[in-house]
Write a protein that binds this ligand. Sequence first.
Ligand code: BTN
Length: 263
Amino acid sequence: MITVLKIRLSSDIHFMKNDMNIIRLDAVDSTNDYLKREKNLLTNNFLSVRADIQTAGKGRNSRDWISVPGLDLTFSVVYNTGVNPQAASIYAGAAVLRVLKKYISSDDLKIKWPNDIYFGDSKLCGILCEMVKHDDGFCVIIGIGINVNSEHAGSDKGYISVFDIISEETCLDLLHREILLSLREIFTDFSYPVPDKILNEWRDNNCSIGCEVIYICNDIESKGTVTGINSDCSISVLDSDGIRTTECFDNVIFFEKKAQKAV
Ligand code: BTN
């Protein structure tokens, strides 16, 4: 069953005059894949599809995204202004972090490049941005999965939820709408190359700089340390000899542990 809701926001944020288009699904394979099939929806900027159950939730690099029906938040948002998915990823990560910070006031809440949100060593939120072609051009589908009210204590899988951290239930509807507003707000000033304002926000709240990584360049694997993020959304990695810096996009694998000496 598909219910299309038009939610009028009562928030005092300056988008209050706008309606939010939200499609609520009981169950779907993946909210990103649903939007890819329903191409006629893709011209609606900021339309969001949220599902209580995803039967084949996807993460980056062909991983699965598992969430607990009714307890976690899984939704996708259309951004149809034709930006590249890497830039959309950086903006989306910052937008979600701004909202999660209101719920979790702790320095342990961090972005891991490009846009995962971690609390300490455990993953709280994953974002999958995909570029899709439709009749009027291209758009980015921003898929967001947040562990909200599920419990992960004792699980060794490296995930954590908002509930695990604050010991309180969070209203999924409210969190969803706050994130939609935050996305609209941040994308209002979208520009590429990514401006310093956004990069600095990312730099101030990341757990990637100083991490040891493996990166693959011209088919050669090397070890290095992440030293920064750049306006083209790449991260800079200094090789383990401390000589050469390489700009990396999706050719980077993070180690589990932070490097001893942050650069
Ligand atoms: C990752 O951690 O690699 C990204 C996870 C993204 C999960 C969300 S849940 C809503 C949307 N639909 C999907 O199938 N994936 C994204």
